[in-house]
Ligand binder design. Sequence first.
Ligand code: URA
Length: 484
Amino acid sequence: MPHVAMPPIGFSGAWRDAARDLLRDGVRPGDVTWTSEGEDKDLFVTAPLAVERSDSVASPSVPKDFLPLAEAAICHSGPGRFSLSYRVLWRLQQDRALLADRADPDVAALHGMAQAVRRDNHKMHAFVRFRELGTGQTGRRQFGAWFEPQHHIVELSAPFFVRRFADMDWMIATPGLAARFVDGKLSIEECPIRPDLPEDDADDLWRTYFANIFNPARLKIKAMKSEMPVRYWKNMPEARLIPAMIAGADEAAREMQQKMPSVAHLRTERVVRRVPLAPEAIRSGDRPETIAEARAAALTCTRCDLCRYATQTVFGDGPEGAEVMFVGEQPGDEEDLAGKPFVGPAGRLLDDVLVEAGIDRRRHYITNAVKHFKFVPRGKRRLHQRPDAHEVERCKWWLDLELSLIRPKLIVAMGATAAQAITGRADGIIRRRATIENLPDGLPVFLTVHPSSILRAGNSLEQRDMRREFMKDMRALAPLLDKG
Ligand code: URA
């Protein structure tokens, strides 16, 4: 009986070659055994075949869906991955529509294996946590990570990391194999022992990020564990926080509840209190003369449609005599409920960076280009939506009012929407960051990115780099504030 020994590295190509040769020689699935180094014999080999034939297949052909399916399935860690894939390939020679029959036990098993592998692969993309190891001889920064996948996915996953982290050297070690990317070249090698990867400050960043996005009032333990399965926790620095967060969730949710304005979602009540076209009314004589008056007037603003869905207007906050005005985009979910700007995740990140840069937020006025939260509902969540040019333009009336009442000596515009509202241009924020532009009346504007762009970055490395760049901007800003 023919026997195929699959190598631990490069088994995908090896399986394809072997399957093609076996098929060409007419070797029936029940007449071949498969093994992979370090694993027991492939257990499916004795399973009865639905179709058997011994004629050779001159030119094997497969529907286009089969190869990606088999390539995923053969990464499964369960027994039978190679023989099952070969058996389905064999049967496809007689029944090209076989894959569409999800009730067929072979097809169902193959899809099940492929699905489990793809899920593990996605989790690997999301949950690998790199640690910085220094700079290599090539001058590139070096990173290492330890990950424990459920299936044999190191080779499958590696191209994703190559695309994502092309400008650095890295190694992802797993029990069995490691993917190494040095000077632009990927290699897969055996990994006999777990490398020593000391904790670094990215671990703290992950924990800060996780603590910031955690909302105790929306905690669904089952959904969370399905999204971030417990088996991956041990190699994720932020997962250390989870047990304590779950334990304290009820208490934290109660506290949040108490802090919320009691009219948060009573839209009807807001509508009753609203004075139509308030800004026009104000223009005709009642122009607010203090920030407190402006804040009260803004509560009834109907200058654009955003007021219809947001909980309340979130006006600027800070001392009336502030010499610096920070401008963001628009309130987020937490700001909308609390009625204050920058109190949610982006605000907490901003606070941390300002403290580290030696800037005292309490001395400055902080506001947004748009004063109502714009969102789309997704189940119980409200997902942030960027305000459009019309909404920014309509809300500029309030921003100009704030500027005329606060009369800052310097504006800090954070992100493209703030840049648009203040300078009239949203383009090139990265190019313009940490520079000063002057408004026609000479008022200087310091440009930087929005802190939530850091929170939205795809992974810890990007976040760390973006936070570092944002910190540089704030450190460049700090001496300008001291002069004010
Ligand atoms: N993002 C903003 O631009 N402003 C806030 O108040 C919160 C998040």
